[in-house]
Design a binder for this molecule. Structure first.
Ligand code: AHG
Ligand code: MN
Ligand code: MN
Length: 323
C-alpha cells in the first residue's frame, strides 16, 4: 500500500511541484468531507449569484473554489491561480514557480441529487517576467502542462494524476485520511463501442457530428459496423474516469445554441487537463479538427469543442469532420 506522499517523492523530482500536488490532495479531503455530509453541512442549493461565464453558482462551487484558492495561495511555490469561478486570475507569491488552474467543482448540477462530482486541476510553469495576477502568464497551450489531475467524489473518493509520465490513481482511505495508490500506468483501450454525449443537443450540432452519431446509432448494420452503448452522467470527471477505466468516447461538441461560443467546456480548466491525462493513458483529445493540447488560448475562460477518449474512435470523429 503506497501513500500519495511516498509515491510523489519517488516519481517527481521537483519538490515544489510535489508540494503543490499534495496541497490540492489535502484540500480535496476537506471538499470530500463536506460532500459526504451534504445537507448536514449546509452545502446544497444555489449561492444566488452568477460566475463570469453567466452560470448560476451553487453553494459548493463557491466553497470549493475558496478552499482551493486560499489553500494554494498559502504555498510559497504558487505564483498565481485561475479558476472557472473567478473572473480574474489571482496573484499569490511573486517568487512562486507554478500557476494552478482549476474547476473547483465539476458537474455541479449533480450535487443536489447526490450524484458524482469532481475537482479538475492543471499546473503550468509560471513565466518569471509576468505577475501571477496577469492573465498573459496563463495563456499557454495544454501541451505545456507540468501536471494535471482530477478528484472524483463518488462512492469512493479518487485522485487521478499525471506528471507527464503515465497516469496513476489513488483511493482516499477515509479511515486514516490518506490517498493510497490504486492503479499504476493506466492504459485506455484504443477501440470502443461506448459513447457519451448530451443527445438533447443533437439538432444544434454541426452536420459532421450529426452524421457520426446518426451512423453509430445504426449499430452493426450501419457504416461503423458495431453496436454502441451510451452513458451520460453530466459530470465530465465521471465520464473521463469511466473511459480511463473501461474505454469510451466523451463529446461536448460545438453547438448553435450560443453560436459565438466555441463550445460549452472550458479549455484551461477542463479540456486541457483531461486531455493530458487521456493522452498519457494512450487515448486522445481533439476539438474534432485539431489536437486540444495545441490550441493556443486567447483568454483564461476560453471554451472549446471537446472529443476525448479511445484513440481510434476520436480519429473516426475527426474523419467525419474532415469530409
Ligand atoms: P461545471 O459543473 O463545472 O459547470 O461543468 C459541467 C460540465 C461537465 O462536467 C458536463 O460534462 C457538462 O457540463 C454537462 O452539461 P449538460 O448539463 O449540458 O449535460
Ligand atoms: Mn466543469
Ligand atoms: Mn465547475
Amino acid at each position: 500500500m503506497q501513500r500519495l506522499r511516498n509515491f510523489l517523492q519517488q516519481h517527481c523530482s521537483d519538490a515544489g511541484l510535489v508540494e503543490v500536488i499534495e496541497q490540492v490532495a489535502t484540500i480535496s479531503k476537506d471538499i470530500a468531507h463536506l460532500i459526504q455530509l451534504g445537507d448536514l453541512a449546509g452545502i446544497l442549493g444555489s449561492a444566488g449569484q452568477e460566475n463570469v461565464q453567466g452560470e448560476n453558482q451553487k453553494k459548493l462551487d463557491v466553497i470549493a473554489n475558496d478552499l482551493l484558492k486560499d489553500g494554494l495561495a498559502a504555498l510559497p511555490a504558487v505564483k498565481g491561480v485561475a479558476s472557472e469561478e473567478e473572473t480574474l486570475p489571482v496573484g499569490c507569491n511573486p517568487e512562486g514557480r507554478f500557476l494552478v488552474l482549476f474547476d473547483p467543482l465539476d458537474g455541479s448540477s449533480n450535487i443536489d441529487i447526490n450524484v458524482t462530482v469532481g475537482t479538475i486541476f492543471s499546473i503550468l510553469a509560471a513565466p518569471a517576467e509576468l505577475d501571477g495576477g496577469d492573465e498573459r502568464a496563463y495563456l499557454q497551450p495544454g501541451k505545456q502542462q507540468l501536471a494535471a489531475g482530477y478528484v472524483l467524489y463518488g462512492p469512493s473518493t479518487l485522485l487521478v494524476l499525471t506528471t507527464g509520465n503515465g497516469v496513476f490513481s489513488f483511493t482516499l482511505d477515509s479511515r486514516v485520511g490518506e490517498y493510497v495508490l490504486q492503479r499504476e500506468n493506466i492504459r485506455v483501450d484504443t477501440k470502443t463501442a461506448e459513447f457519451a454525449i448530451n443527445m438533447s443537443n443533437q439538432r444544434f450540432w454541426k452536420p459532421a457530428m450529426q452524421s457520426y452519431v446518426a451512423d453509430l446509432l445504426q449499430g452493426e448494420e450501419g457504416p461503423l459496423g458495431k453496436r454502441y452503448n451510451m452513458r451520460w452522467v453530466a459530470s465530465m470527471v465521471a465520464e473521463i474516469h469511466r473511459i480511463l477505466t473501461r474505454g469510451g468516447i466523451f463529446m461536448y461538441p460545438w453547438d448553435s445554441r450560443e453560436p459565438k461560443k466555441p463550445g460549452k467546456l472550458r479549455l484551461m480548466y477542463e479540456a486541457n487537463p483531461m486531455t493530458l491525462l487521456m493522452e498519457q493513458a494512450g487515448g486522445r483529445g481533439s476539438t474534432a479538427t485539431e489536437a486540444i493540447l495545441n490550441v493556443q488560448p486567447q483568454g483564461i475562460h476560453d471554451r472549446v469543442s471537446v472529443v476525448i477518449g479511445s484513440a481510434e474512435e476520436v480519429a473516426t470523429v475527426e474523419r467525419y469532420h474532415a469530409l
